[in-house]
Design a protein around this ligand. Structure first.
Ligand code: 3PG
Length: 305
């Protein structure tokens, strides 16, 4: 059977080699298409039984073009790029690879925070993280890694996650809060790790930003869809102390950069999971999961019903 790896943003070469080893050892065949067009995807999926992607958009058009497709593995955490209902209708199992790239994302959070607190290294006097408070919005795999690293910086920690019992957070030295308002009011920094869902869409905007203490910094390594860009802009215009860092450029990135200068920073392309280690971990896990599903229906991380 054929497993297709189709990624706009390529994995590190060592990760591709490791994926190849897993697929070859299973007796399946591998095709890798990096940086291909939509037309390339529609052509390559025609003969695919398994598909491995990253943030690549997989909708019913792709599934219609893939009559033999049985499993899609998102090599990563968020699967908002995959139409789950369409997959279910097509009888396709969708899985993610939870946790495999979470350290990479968490490390980037601090790379960007330090850069912002040193005014993007423009020579002006900045500030330190020690003794400051960090609010972690969603205490999943990335949120927990963020907490672990923040402790090394000597930060005070709070987290909000309705799915995680208070005792679990407390066990990791994190104070639980129970509303977004509390999280934004209590913390110098808020780091977002919520998924993009109909409930979270545009949920972070003017009201929450205006609650932040003086000098508040919002860090977004989650999804741009969770931000209400107009509300954020309004708050930043009214409060010249507020800052915003994101690993996912806002739709209106140029306007933000023009208006706010060193108070904003956006990576040119989503970089959170773009490390050799994360590529290797997520890529190999995805390959193993695709192989196991095709072999005997193994579906531990299935995300569609
Ligand atoms: C994820 O959801 O796993 C991260 O956002 C990484 O996405 P990427 O694989 O497109 O870099």
């Amino acid at each position: 059977m054929k497993i297709l790896v189709f990624t706009e943003k390529p994995f590190a070469p060592a990760a591709v080699k490791a994926i190849e080893n897993v697929v070859n050892a299973s007796g399946n065949e591998l095709e890798v298409v990096e940086g291909g067009t939509r037309a390339d995807l529609l052509e390559a999926v025609k003969t695919a039984n398994g598909l491995i992607v990253r943030s690549d958009k997989i909708d019913s058009e792709v599934m219609d073009a893939a009559p033999n497709l049985k499993v899609i593995v998102r090599a990563g955490a968020g699967y908002d790029n995959i139409d789950l209902d369409a997959a279910t209708k097509h009888g396709i199992c969708v899985m993610n690879t939870p946790g495999q790239n979470s350290n990479a994302v968490a490390e980037l959070v601090f790379g960007m925070i330090v850069m912002m607190c040193r005014n993007q290294y423009n020579g002006k006097s900045g500030s330190e993280l020690k003794g400051k408070s960090l609010g972690i919005y969603a205490f999943g795999q990335v949120g927990r890694n963020v907490a672990r690293i923040a402790k090394g910086f000597g930060m005070k920690l709070q987290a909000l996650d309705t799915f995680v019992p208070d005792a679990v957070m407390e066990g990791e030295g994190v104070t639980p809060v129970h509303t977004p308002a509390e999280l934004f009011e209590n913390n110098d920094f808020v780091s977002l790790h919520i998924p993009a869902t109909p409930e979270t869409r545009k949920s972070i905007g003017y009201d929450l930003m205006m609650r932040m203490p003086k000098g508040g910094v919002l860090i977004n390594t989650a999804r741009k869809e969770v931000i209400d860009e107009e509300g954020l802009k309004k708050a930043m215009l009214e409060r010249p102390d507020l800052r915003y860092i994101s690993d996912i450029k806002p739709d209106d990135a140029e306007a933000f950069e023009k208006e706010f200068g060193v108070r904003v920073f956006f990576t040119p392309k989503k970089m959170g999971a773009q490390t050799a280690e994360a590529n290797f971990n997520a890529g190999v896990a995805a390959a193993e999961q695709a192989v196991a599903y095709l072999k005997d229906g193994w579906n531990k991380f299935q995300v569609n019903k």
